[in-house]
Write a protein that binds this ligand. Structure first.
Ligand code: F6P
Length: 336
């Protein structure tokens, strides 16, 4: 068998470990041939492909980014690239010409949708969820998330001392798109006093009261963790908006930090390396069993899979019933 592999959407730590997991298992265990497709679905349009051999797989476990490159090309949408042709049809033809028996698509929510639709059209696809945002539906965790949470936790830890020295409120904005997973996990791990998630509406007066109540108790500084996707005035970034509002509400000097792309760069944690490895390897098992049109998933500690049509187009969001929210509230954390 000859399998293609592509990485699509925003990069995240662990992608290269997943490529290694797929290719090592495919080559060593199943005797499959592996072909790297460059720049996501764009490479299937332009036929930019190269064989991946065992020698190419050295040094990938801890390497950030993706050796295959990525793009946000969505072949079912007009993206300005090759819009004059029927892109899905072209992809099917190209995959046939290259002789691909299956395409492994490593990506986030957009990739799941594309992989599902290409599968419906007759292309054998298997998908692996990757995103620091952890918002892919149908899997407890996606790789990249643990690393991003660790990076954000370290950053928030560091803000405590400077906040304390200056008796300030520190607002830190973390990524997550429409989901608050990174804010919730890093905020709780680093002792955030206020944690704002897109999923839970906030009241700025309540946030101000929380910070002033802390001051009354002798807590001279506060840490506020905000997800980038929270509601703002629509003009300012989440951190800037919330910092200004807090300063206005409390009169306490407030500073903001936007963590940005640091969260998705560099080496994956050992947890993410192992998750990527397991998911990559499992993708080969699905292919060997002819189980196409599925996304590899993690349920508890079990690696399994779910039909792409059941996960595509859905978002996994934080709910107010999540244990970290429930326990956090009991401990006095303000979620807005
Ligand atoms: O990788 C996910 C993510 O980091 C989101 O949290 C963020 O909104 C988005 O990607 C931004 O990425 P880009 O600028 O590459 O589109």
């Amino acid at each position: 068998m000859r399998i293609g592999i592509l990485t699509s959407g925003g990069d995240c730590p662990g992608i290269n470990a997943a490529i290694r997991g797929v290719c090592k298992t495919a080559i060593n265990h199943y005797g499959m041939e592996t072909i790297g497709i460059h720049s996501g679905f764009l490479g299937l349009l332009t036929k930019e492909v190269t064989p991946i051999t065992e020698g190419d797989l050295t040094g990938l476990l801890n390497l950030g980014g993706t050796i295959l490159g990525t793009s946000r090309e969505k072949p079912f949408k007009k993206t300005g690239i090759m819009d004059d042709c029927n892109k899905p049809e072209l992809i099917l033809n190209n995959a046939r010409e290259i002789g691909l028996d299956c395409v492994v698509c490593i990506g986030g929510n957009g990739t799941m949708k594309t992989a599902a639709r290409l599968h419906e059209m007759g292309l054998n696809t298997v998908a692996i969820p990757k995103t620091i945002d952890n918002d892919v539906y149908g899997t407890d965790f996606s790789f990249g998330f643990d690393t991003a949470v660790n990076i954000a936790t370290d950053a928030i830890d560091r803000l405590h001392s400077t906040a304390s020295a200056h008796k300030r409120v520190m607002v830190i904005e973390v990524m997550g798109h429409k989901a608050g997973w990174i804010a919730l996990y890093s905020g709780m791990a680093a002792g955030g006093d206020v944690i704002l998630l897109p999923e839970i509406p906030y009241d700025i007066h309540r946030i101000g009261d929380t910070i002033l109540a802390r001051l009354k108790k002798g807590k001279t500084y506060s840490i506020v963790v905000v997800a980038e996707g929270i509601k703002t005035d629509g003009r300012k970034r989440a951190a800037e908006f919330i910092a200004q509002e807090i300063e206005y509400e409390t009169g306490i000097e407030t500073r903001e930090t936007v963590l940005g792309y640091i969260q998705r760069g560099g080496a994956p944690t050992s947890y993410d390396r192992n998750l990527s490895t397991r998911m990559g390897s499992h993708a080969c098992e699905l292919i060997a069993n002819g189980q196409y049109g599925r996304m590899v998933s993690l349920q508890g500690d079990i690696i399994g899979s779910a039909p792409l049509e059941q996960v595509a187009g859905k978002l996994k969001l934080v709910t107010e019933h999540h244990d970290l929210v429930v326990q956090g509230r009991r401990m006095g954390v303000c979620f807005g």
